[in-house]
Write a protein of this length. Sequence first.
Length: 88
Amino acid sequence: MKIEVEQPEPNELKEEGVYSWPVWEHDEDKFDWFYDKTENCLILEGEATIISEFEAITIKTGDFVTFPAGLECVWDIHSAIKKHYSFE
């Protein structure tokens, strides 16, 4: 159960409609999270480390991230996060 991180081209994101997805923002914080659905998101601002039993990965501005359904993790936000998101 791995978190996927990509750096797609802006035109690919536009074609997929990512820029019209809802926006979520959160200040520096550390909290537990469980994904009951797969989430795709584009990090617009900030940086966070996501810690699961499988890995610890740092995500930052420009990353397109896929969190798989069933993932239990800890979000450790180092600088305020702003992201477009969509659940499957």
